[in-house]
Design a protein around this ligand. Structure first.
Ligand code: XMP
Ligand code: MG
Length: 202
């Protein structure tokens, strides 16, 4: 039986009578500058998805999202892909507030076994490279058929350990960015754009 409230909502939001959307151009008061707005992100993610769909044709890749930052990116990326793929997640901790602790801990491991699979790690941002190189080692030890990295944002200048990022959305300068999954003390993940925080918000 369908609950009454669902019926009501289905009727209320039928096609042609959709709820009003929040204007995405409204800037959060803590944001100093928008680096990539929703349209720019969407267009670039479509290109990344096209590259992945081409490169992994017939390979049924598993896209491994690194929680929590990559959740929005992964969700949009897979919806633009035109080949079959599966998703899985890991969770790591390396950041406290605004700066790296330099230590990487795996908080949540893969549910699926990557052995013999084509793995694509999907991450929001690469900074020092510590998190991704540690995750790479961890996954490689499980003998996947291949493993590559797809990252939305790359802070090239701050790298301490080299990591090979085959798929990169945008290269960015060494600024602390938030939005579109990225947080400052867990806030701002829901913003539809990537931006720089005002000093007054830090
Ligand atoms: P490393 O240094 O290991 O860092 O490459 C990767 C992780 O650090 C976080 N990170 C950021 N998070 N804004 C954020 O919200 C940033 O500018 C930023 N830089 C690094 C992020 O969790 C990433 O997975
Ligand atoms: Mg992250």
């Amino acid at each position: 039986m369908i609950p009454g409230y669902l019926f009501y909502r289905m009727g209320e939001y039928s096609v042609g009578n959709l709820p009003p959307k929040m204007p995405t151009t409204t800037l959060h008061p803590d944001i100093q500058e928008v680096l990539f707005d929703a349209d720019v992100l969407r267009a670039r993610i479509k290109e990344l998805a096209a590259s992945l769909s081409q490169d992994y044709q017939g390979k049924d890749p598993v896209l491994v999202g690194v929680l929590k930052g990559s959740a929005l990116f992964l969700a949009d990326l897979v919806r633009e892909m035109t080949i079959p793929c599966t998703i899985d997640f890991v969770s790591m901790a390396s950041y406290e507030g605004e700066s790296s602790t330099g230590e990487v801990r795996l908080l949540l491991d893969l549910r699926s076994n990557p052995h013999g699979k084509h793995v694509v790690i999907v991450e929001d941002i690469v900074d020092t490279g510590l998190s991704l190189s540690s995750l790479m080692e961890n996954i490689k030890a499980k003998r996947p058929a291949s493993v590559e990295i797809c990252v939305l944002l790359d802070k090239k200048e701050t790298r301490k350990i080299p990591v090979s990022t085959k798929y990169v959305g945008f290269e960015i300068p060494n600024k602390f960015v938030i939005g579109y999954g990225l947080d400052y003390n867990e806030k701002y993940r829901q913003l539809p754009y990537v931006g720089i925080l005002k000093d007054s918000a830090i």
